[in-house]
Design a protein. Structure first.
Length: 369
């Protein structure tokens, strides 16, 4: 069968690009553009991995600056000198973080001896139960099962904690990263707009309005995300901490703080913190209390998933939940804990910046877009 594009041209001209079927031509154009985008993304990921000791502290500084900037602006509007507003805000933030750390350390030190005793007692109870029918598990078999579970846990958690180890494998690297984060935060609070204007001037003059609009939209999205995520984390930490407190668990405060911190990592943080709370309840109180703890964890996370995430996080991030899950998984695979922590804000900021650039180029109002 003779295809239309295989017929000889009336003028005798040889076949050229115009004889290629439109579908094939469109597919080829899309293909090379996608290859360029994927190549650029691969280069960016490679550079981030190579320079992670600089990139991670800068990303931390961005998150902290987005958290503290509204407070600094509020103090400046109340006629505070800018340097004093920045100093007071940083000192207050450092005091809150130090207070949480000291509270956790104090509570853990106070409850650790009892936790060790209860852990040994729980293991003995489990061993005695498994010795009896219908289980009839010997001590040798139980030791083998425990060893296999430990190997599996180390294998699965190696990739997750690998990013945290790569971020700073020595005390010197950690200290250097902390100093970079502190100084970057200070300079972003002092002259964040000036830094972005300098970055904007690196682009051609015709593209500067779109880059400037993208910066404003990205920063607004980041500040909204950080504030909303803190609210979600506080609700999760307080809710699960209260359940642990009413169950009489001695580590209720550390559980609440761990849940609060873990909630900054979507999906993974909620699962890990919930498992820790249930295990502690099982060791300290028993299976009934563990079931109650599990119900409390599920209730808090259902509240987060069906109320706070759609109403608060969805309005601030404007990213589909599937993109959040895939982004967290990809970030974890690339950079471990650090990748899981920064995946969602990076996706949200990139989405807002690209949308703002397109609106500026097309001249489309935000409401229409």
């Amino acid at each position: 069968m003779e295809m239309p594009w295989s017929r000889p041209r009336p003028d005798g001209a040889s076949a050229d690009a115009s004889t290629v079927p439109p579908g094939v031509r469109t597919a080829s154009e899309w293909s090379w553009r996608l290859l360029v985008i994927l190549g650029l993304a691969a280069v960016v990921v490679y550079l981030v991995i190579v320079f992670h000791e600089i990139v991670i502290p800068l990303l931390v500084a961005l998150l902290v600056s987005a958290l503290l900037q509204p407070a600094v602006s509020s103090l400046v509007r109340h006629r505070w000198p800018k340097w004093l507003a920045i100093l007071v805000t940083l000192v207050a933030f450092a005091a809150v973080v130090a207070g949480l750390v000291m509270l956790v350390v104090w509570q853990v030190r106070a409850g650790l001896p009892q936790l060790e005793r209860e852990s040994v007692a729980a293991y003995d109870r489990l061993r005695n139960t498994l010795r009896e029918p219908p289980w009839s598990v010997t001590d040798t078999q139980l030791s083998g099962y425990v060893a296999s579970a430990g190997d599996l846990l180390r294998k699965d958690s190696g990739q997750l904690i690998g990013g945290a180890v790569r971020v700073g494998s020595t005390t010197g690297h950690l200290l250097a990263g902390a100093l970079i984060a502190v100084f970057a935060t200070i300079f972003m609070l002092i002259d964040g707009h000036g830094i972005w204007r300098w970055i904007t001037r690196l682009f051609p003059r015709t593209g500067r309005p779109a880059i400037a609009a993208a910066g404003d939209a990205g920063w607004s999205t980041l500040t909204s995300f950080v504030r909303v995520q803190i609210l979600v984390a506080v609700v999760n930490g307080v809710g699960i901490g209260l359940v642990a407190f009413f169950l009489g668990l001695p580590l209720a405060v550390p559980i609440g703080v761990v849940v609060l911190l873990a909630s900054f990592i979507p999906v993974i943080g909620a699962i890990v913190s919930g498992v820790i709370a249930v295990v502690i309840a099982l060791v300290f109180a028993g299976p009934v209390q563990a079931i109650i703890m599990l119900a409390g964890v599920l209730l808090v996370h259902l509240l987060e998933a069906h109320v706070m995430q759609p109403l608060l996080v969805g309005g601030a991030v404007k990213v589909h939940p599937l993109a959040v899950v895939v982004g967290v998984a990809a970030g974890t695979g690339i950079a471990g804990v650090a990748g899981a922590l920064f995946a969602v804000p990076l996706i949200a900021v990139a989405n807002a910046m690209v949308a703002a650039m397109l609106r500026t180029v097309r001249g489309t109002p935000p409401a229409v877009e």
